[in-house]
Design a protein around this ligand. Structure first.
Ligand SMILES: [Zn+2]
Length: 262
């Protein structure tokens, strides 16, 4: 398959208590050059596409489109990618009202708002999600080997991902301690190689195993092991339980820079 036929693997719309987001993946085999400029376009079903936001070298964009959702209007979204050589790719359009009604959005928004309030004001631990790159511009330091199999997991340029920089810019991602877990760090100090934490988070952005989470209070870094859906509505996962392993201070993950929080 020519990846340019299907440049986007995945595009989804996510809602939070005060925002909406679009998140995407492009095909890992798509050979692109920096910078990658993603523009979200919206249409009311006509052939006219209107730009509603743009980000560079990122996988998610926060949108201020909630007011539109108070009305039942069909919205089409698509994502355009233009790379550093001017190559242009479009995602398939996604049609919102075919997926969710206004009522669905209100239910989802309320669930998200409730958790968001708890996370922000009460028991949430402030943190940052560093999403591991699984697509994008291939690592220049690993060019002499097969790009998909970088020569060392300690490549300082891509951290073993095979893609420039290794991780995307950090995104605010608080996690609420699991109330069934007596202590947030109860497994630390044991020989359990999976010592770490688990807690509840909003599913925005959608995290995956191997992404990193940084506790901004202590600077400790964690590798995400798994995510389990908690609240779902109409097949959309709104909240997740995140299980993480504590990374020792010697782990190369501590060298990943966290400038430029989104
Ligand atoms: Zn590399």
């Amino acid at each position: 398959m020519n990846p340019s036929d299907h440049p986007f693997k995945f595009v989804t719309v996510l809602t939070s208590h005060n925002s909406a987001a679009l998140q995407w993946n492009i095909h890992p085999d798509l050979d692109v050059s920096a910078p990658l400029t993603f523009t979200v376009q919206m249409s009311q079903g006509t052939s006219e596409w209107e730009n509603v936001g743009s980000v560079v070298n990122n996988y998610i964009i926060m949108l201020s489109v909630i007011p539109y959702w108070g009305k039942v209007i069909t919205k089409h979204f698509r994502v355009r990618l233009v790379d550093g050589d001017g190559a242009t790719y479009y995602s398939n359009p996604i049609v919102l009202t075919q997926l969710w009604t206004r009522r669905d959005f209100l239910i989802a928004k309320e669930i998200a708002r409730r958790y968001g309030k708890m996370l922000d004001k009460y028991t949430g631990e402030p943190g940052l999600l560093l999403k591991r790159k699984a697509w994008g511009v291939r690592c220049s330091a690993c060019q002499d080997t097969t790009w998909s199999q970088p020569n060392t997991s300690f490549c300082p340029n891509c951290y073993g991902t095979g893609f420039e920089g290794g991780y995307f810019s950090p995104v605010f991602y608080p996690i609420m301690a699991d109330p069934n877990q007596k202590s947030w760090d109860r497994q630390e100090g044991t020989n359990d190689p999976r010592a770490g934490r688990s807690g509840l988070a909003l599913n925005v952005p959608v995290a995956e195993a191997k992404d990193l989470w940084i506790d901004t209070a202590t600077g400790k870094r964690f590798e995400i092991l798994s995510l389990q859906p908690v609240d779902t509505h109409r097949g959309a996962v709104l909240t997740v339980t995140v299980s993480m392993a504590t990374l020792p201070p010697s782990d190369p993950a501590y060298e990943v820079e966290i400038n430029g929080t989104t």
